[in-house]
Design a protein around this ligand. Structure first.
Ligand SMILES: NC(=O)C1=CN([C@@H]2O[C@H](COP(=O)(O)OP(=O)(O)OC[C@H]3O[C@@H](n4cnc5c(N)ncnc54)[C@H](OP(=O)(O)O)[C@@H]3O)[C@@H](O)[C@H]2O)C=CC1
Ligand SMILES: O=C(O)[C@@H]1CCC=N1
Length: 272
């Protein structure tokens, strides 16, 4: 695809997308541009992925058709100020900053700019991400299709109203961290029961992937759980321990707290 992609901020999420694109089917490394304040980081990205690196954010804007903003929310305002003169209304800006609303981006860049807001997750690195998307009314249908097609190379794209972004952030944005913690904890249990760490991790990971696949195929998790749980067996012993310790509520609370924090960040940004 003959589209140049830029990333402003070359941290964890930018790298995840770059890896997804470089291993994907649409974008050549020579079409990817990235800037970061850290020169060592740029060297690393250039050497690892064979992409173009730039020491200024403006230089990325001048070399891109679609500009991803992949800096932390608290850095966004300064970055938007820095690039606004270089941006043209023909370019598409894609922001992934948690809690940063489109109207705040328009406030700095002007409402003639084409703006897409996404909430991706780190799984884009292996092209299995979930990417929630919304946009302002400046995008033409074909531009929106192009953005969606490109993002689809890194995972599943779901169009979501902007008011639901805090909830999406709590579930699929932060979600991988909740699952990584769960994998680690279950593997610890395996090690405690005598398994070598590597074997425990392998067993847990395969179990989680397969379980997710069964639910994805349309079976209800509760029904599946009951099929595993024999009367007076091992599973009910483990499930009772989880219920006794409030594990189910802990997960609900984790999502609720992540949701609240995302709203707090949005409110702080509204006041800027
Ligand atoms: N990590 C995740 O799983 C997800 C993150 N997001 C969002 O993605 C965005 C990026 O997050 P993440 O990649 O984790 O953050 P990182 O801190 O890993 O990446 C941000 C990068 O931008 C660099 N940077 C800081 N200031 C500037 C600047 N003025 N110009 C250019 N680059 C700069 C940082 O350098 P330095 O570290 O030296 O400051 C860092 O390398 C955030 O807005 C976050 O909300 C959304 C979904 C998931
Ligand atoms: O922790 C965060 O704030 C970001 C947003 C979603 C995942 N990481």
């Amino acid at each position: 695809m003959n589209v140049r992609i830029g990333f402003i901020g070359g941290g964890n999420m930018a790298e995840a997308f770059i890896s997804g694109f470089v291993n994907g089917e649409l974008i050549l490394p020579s079409k990817i541009h990235v800037s970061d304040v850290n020169k060592e980081r740029l060297e690393y990205l250039k050497n690892t992925y064979g992409i173009n690196v730039h020491e200024t954010n403006v230089s990325v804007v001048l070399n891109s058709d679609i500009v991803f903003l992949s800096v932390k929310p608290q850095v966004m305002k300064a970055v938007l100020e820095e690039i606004k003169e270089a941006l043209t209304p023909a370019q598409v800006v894609v922001s992934m900053a948690a809690g940063y609303p489109i109207k705040k981006i328009e406030e700095t860049l002007g409402d003639d700019k084409k703006i897409v807001r996404i909430m991706p997750n780190i799984l884009v690195k292996i092209r299995k991400g979930v990417i929630a998307l919304t946009h302002n009314y400046r995008l033409l249908d074909e531009e929106l299709s192009t953005v969606k097609e490109i993002l689809s190379d890194c995972g599943e794209v779901v169009e979501v109203e902007e008011k639901l972004f805090d909830a999406v952030t709590a579930i699929s944005g932060s979600g991988p961290a909740f699952i990584f913690l769960t994998i680690e904890a279950l593997a610890d249990g395996g090690v405690k029961a005598g398994l070598p760490r590597e074997a425990a991790l392998k067993l847990v990971t395969a179990t989680i992937v397969g379980s997710a696949e069964m639910v994805r195929n349309g079976e209800h998790p509760e029904v599946l759980k009951d099929k595993v749980t024999s009367p007076a067996g091992t599973t009910i012993a483990g499930l009772s321990a989880l219920e006794e310790r409030g594990t189910r509520y802990s997960f609900i609370k984790a999502v609720e707290e992540a949701f609240k924090r995302s709203k707090e960040i949005s409110e702080l940004i509204e006041k800027l």
